[in-house]
Design a protein around this ligand. Structure first.
Ligand code: NAD
Length: 555
């Protein structure tokens, strides 16, 4: 149903409560914020990002969640089952106000076919990661992670900068749209294929993308010229990813780096087959979904083979967390699909070992000045962290807020609780106008089991062990997070991942101090413990430093 019938009310801002407490109010505002037209990819369908990642099952469920949050007392907890509110039960003030489970299926049934059948019956919803757990903050939420990934690529392969390099990718959606900005922030040239023009326009409007063209050759020529001049620029080309890669190969051009962020995890909704227009693809999708999926998977196999060819020619190629390799390998028998690595083992895992991950916060007041206050505080709290200072400065200059003003910072063990407590003090002292809501992506150090992504190639082979995200959700519930969620299938698709989310509100109270101290200690600690258990030295050192090593504790 389209927005004429069901438009989402604007996100409440300011200091007036619509609910019976700030925690419920935070959930209400963040739910709305996930569906703000400046934030969500398709708010009229309740789709936030990542293929069909939704914030609520349907419009009726959305309205009911809103009502429930307004009615919820400070000693009650709202239960949300795959985007639908199903109960309000008595708990206590330190318990989460909302507990969410999204897209869970019994493992034997956990595939897209069963999921889609159950979804069609109205029984479930795809929650992606932060879509169904109400802590999506637009492309900014991913941009620092993407920036860090490309910075690490630059350090490992190009002497610390992408200046004078050509970086090719595809997919300019909610997450993928961060790639052009992250690449130019690392001083490189980005050439990105995208089939839907409105997606490119959205990235141009929010200043994530610099230029667009309908001509593949023109895009390549612009990119080569900028590369020769050492100029950082991002160029979107309206075409299928495989057409861009084919043309690069025909013209004998080998980009320095190559990746992809189409929504390949979802062959029906997230990925466009080659050889047809967007309109033709949409018709085929409606009229013959099985054939669409067939063609989509064929194109993915072709796509991966082209990436492997460019890898052979010298490109640094990596998978960017969309299960493109998994689809080509499992569904189309591309045996060497995993010859190029995933971005986590290649570039991110050492950060996870220190408990670092995409920590984020948003100003519930809606006032950007509140975020600038928190930026100032972060710079004061961590003066020795030069990379962090550079990030905050660049973010202020180059990142447009979408929806509620927000910030992301990859902080690790020890630093997250320090920041959280300092934010609570900011609220208490009135230096910010309203409470600050603090959360993180599910793509974090201790919150996800995803063998083709976050837990690919673990040192001890524990890639598919999914106890960790469950422990994470349980300990965050016990610690008093404001809302806690447990999801299946985010990032890489149904059957491939289990992951947990948490959000905690700094409302300036002493109770919040206690909760923040527990939750922002325990949440990253799960990641340190998980990686230490898998045998990573950095994690074992971090565990000793923060007294997380159980054997030392029990000595
Ligand atoms: P999205 O659905 O909002 O956007 C996907 C984009 O890809 C769309 O704009 C679509 O038009 C385009 N596209 C699809 N097929 C194409 C093709 N063959 N050629 C060119 N363009 C094509 O998704 P998103 O939120 O941007 O996420 C993208 C993928 O990245 C998902 O699989 C998601 O799970 C994954 N992801 C990665 C990370 C990460 O940190 N790397 C984090 C979250 C999600």
């Amino acid at each position: 149903m389209k927005n004429t019938l069901h438009s989402i009310a604007p996100t409440p801002t300011g200091t007036q409560l619509n609910c019976k407490g700030w925690i419920q109010e935070a959930a209400l505002r963040m739910l709305h914020n996930n569906l703000d037209p400046n934030v969500a990819e398709r708010p009229e369908d309740l789709v936030v990002y990542g293929g069909t990642g939704k914030a609520a099952r349907n419009h009726e469920a959305f309205e009911l969640i809103v009502k429930a949050l307004k009615d919820l007392n400070e000693d009650e907890t709202l239960l949300v089952q795959s985007g639908k509110p199903v109960g309000i039960l008595p708990t206590h003030p330190d318990a989460p106000r909302v507990i969410i489970s999204n897209s869970m299926l019994v493992p034997h049934w956990a595939n897209w076919k069963n999921f889609r059948e159950l979804e069609a019956k109205g029984l479930t919803m795809y929650g992606q990661m932060t879509a169904g757990s109400w802590i999506y903050i637009g492309s900014q939420g991913i941009v620092q992670g993407t920036y860090e990934t490309f910075a690490e690529v630059a350090r490992q392969h190009f002497g610390g900068t992408l200046k004078g390099t050509l970086n090719v990718t595809a997919g300019l959606g909610g997450m993928g749209g961060a790639q052009p900005l992250a690449i130019t922030m690392n001083e490189g040239v980005c050439l990105a294929a995208e089939v839907e023009e409105w997606r490119m326009d959205k990235r141009l409007e929010t200043r994530y993308l610099d230029k667009k063209t309908h001509s593949i050759d023109e895009g390549i020529d612009w990119a080569l010229q900028a590369k020769a001049e050492g100029r950082a620029i991002s160029i979107g080309v309206l075409c299928n990813a495989v057409d861009l890669l084919e043309r690069l190969i025909e013209r004998n051009i080998t980009p320095e780096t190559l990746t992809d962020q189409t929504s390949a995890h979802d062959a029906l909704i997230g990925y466009f087959p080659e050889g047809m227009s967007v309109a033709q693809a949409k018709t085929l999708r409606d009229e013959n979904p099985d054939e669409y999926v067939n063609r989509s998977l064929d194109t993915m196999a072709h796509h991966v083979k082209l990436m492997l060819e460019l890898q052979n020619r010298g490109s640094v190629v990596f998978d960017y967390g969309n299960n493109l390799r998994g689809q080509a390998h499992d569904q189309r028998g591309v045996k060497n699909a995993f010859d190029f690595p995933g971005f986590v083992p290649a570039y991110i895992r050492p950060l996870f070992c220190e408990g670092k991950g995409p920590f984020r916060w948003a100003a519930l007041s809606g006032d950007p000045q509140d975020i600038y206050e928190t930026d100032k505080l972060i710079l004061e709290l961590f003066p020795e962290d030069k990379a962090l200072a550079r990030w905050i400065t660049m973010a202020q200059e180059r990142i447009a807020f979408q929806g509620l003003p927000a910030r992301i910072c990859w902080l690790g063990q020890g630093d997250r609780e320090k920041a959280g407590l300092a934010f609570n003090e900011l609220v208490r002292s009135g230096k910010v106008k309203a409470p600050i809501v603090i959360g993180r992506d599910h793509l974090d150090t201790g919150s996800v089991a995803s063998p083709n992504r976050e837990t690919e190639a673990m040192k001890d082979g524990s890639d598919a062990i999914a106890d960790w995200p469950i422990l994470n959700a349980l300990i965050n519930t016990a610690g008093g997070a404001s809302w806690v969620s447990l999801h299946h299938g985010g990032g890489v698709g149904i059957g491939y991942s289990i992951h947990a989310g948490m959000v905690i509100v700094a409302d300036g109270t002493a109770d919040a101090d206690r909760r923040l101290r527990r939750v922002l200690h325990n949440d990253p600690a799960m990641g340190v413990i998980r990686h230490a258990d898998a045998g990573y030295d950095i994690a074992q050192d971090t565990a000793r430093k923060f007294r997380l090593d159980i054997k030392e504790r029990l000595k």
